[in-house]
Design a protein. Structure first.
Length: 337
């Protein structure tokens, strides 16, 4: 039996201010009844499968986990930790799993993944997070419609599947964006690529950072012999592991494609810069001797030829034009232009 912190009996919503995001008593047939702190307090293993979903930053949630949940102190510390990475801890009475899900909250980047901590026992599952995770909302919706999990371990597996599907959607969108950027590179539409290519690489690296250890966690669970984890759940976890493996490979491929596009973009930029420098060099080469002549004629000393001749300017201009034409013909003959 567990006890509830102050605020028991209040509606299990974020706005109730008691730290309980939701509580469900599963009926074993895909549905569940939403409950509050008062019923969580009275729950025993004989009452059915219990799901307690908490905001770990709330003092009431922290007190319940620490003093009334009956969970080991080290497990509680992980359930309440602010910074976590995907991991698996097996205990005699249950297992602790930390996973990361796609962040679909308004104004957030998907790769800024939401951490959810799961404590799973044969008859009870406790989940904690701080930021909203849409996969949890979807799971609650299934329970309301009677299409949810039948027990605690099935609830965990279904949550892992939903999180993997959402990750797949984000990676598919990222792959489509990468394909468009590749087309833009080949089409020499490079104006926006300097900002978007690094963003794609950053997203791929961030997602891969969490998916690699999460894949290892799910793979370990699929082969670990846990008495109360059914064979059907193991099979579904192996499917999730296979999906995560493919996602990691896709992210690695996207990162490499982004690197190749960046190299192509740099080569194109360098070629354009070199072409412009070449044109400037040719212009300088043509005007260098002309500038020398005009500079020589512009010195402020006596004896400058044609200083008092009205036609001298036109003669010098014609000579400069002729020299310029001869230089251009020379450069073309030497294939420098």
């Amino acid at each position: 039996m567990t006890n509830a912190p102050p605020g028991q009996g209040e509606s299990p919503t974020r706005s109730s201010g008691n730290g309980l995001l939701c509580g469900y008593l599963l009926d074993g047939s895909g549905g569940g009844r939403e409950i509050g702190w008062s019923e969580i307090e009275q729950w025993t293993a004989n009452d059915g499968f219990l799901w307690v979903h908490l905001d770990y930053s709330h003092p009431h949630s922290q007190r319940w986990l620490s003093d009334f949940s009956g969970v080991d102190e080290l497990v509680v510390q992980t359930l309440l930790a602010e910074e976590t990475r995907p991991r698996l801890v097996l205990e005699q009475e249950g297992m602790l799993v930390v996973m990361r899900g796609i962040n679909n909250n308004p104004g957030a980047e998907p790769e800024d993944m939401v951490s959810i901590r799961v404590w799973l026992e044969p008859r009870r599952i406790v989940t904690t997070l701080q930021r909203n995770l849409q996969d949890v909302d979807k799971l609650r919706d299934r329970l309301r419609k009677g299409h949810g999990p039948h027990d605690a371990d099935a609830l965990f597996v279904m949550l892992a599947e939903m999180m993997a599907i959402r990750v797949g959607d984000v990676i598919e969108e990222l792959d489509d964006n990468m394909g468009q950027l590749e087309d833009d590179v080949l089409g020499r539409q490079t104006r926006h690529l300097r900002s978007e290519l690094p963003e794609v690489r950053r997203t791929a690296i961030s997602l891969r950072r969490y998916l690699v250890p999460q894949r290892e966690v799910i793979t370990h669970l699929s082969v670990e012999r846990i008495n109360w984890l059914g064979e059907d759940e193991r099979t579904r976890l192996r499917e999730v592991s296979d999906h995560l493996t493919r996602y990691v490979e896709d992210l690695e491929a996207i990162r490499e494609r982004a690197a190749v596009c960046q190299e192509e973009l740099n080569a194109h930029t360098n070629a354009m810069a070199g072409q412009r420098m070449y044109v400037l060099s040719m212009v300088a080469a043509v005007f260098l001797p002309l500038t020398f002549i005009t500079g020589l004629l512009g010195i402020n000393v006596g004896g400058i030829p044609g200083a008092h001749d009205d036609l001298a300017f036109y003669i010098v201009a014609a000579i400069l034009l002729l020299v310029g034409i001869l230089l251009i013909m020379l450069f073309r003959w030497r294939r420098w232009m």
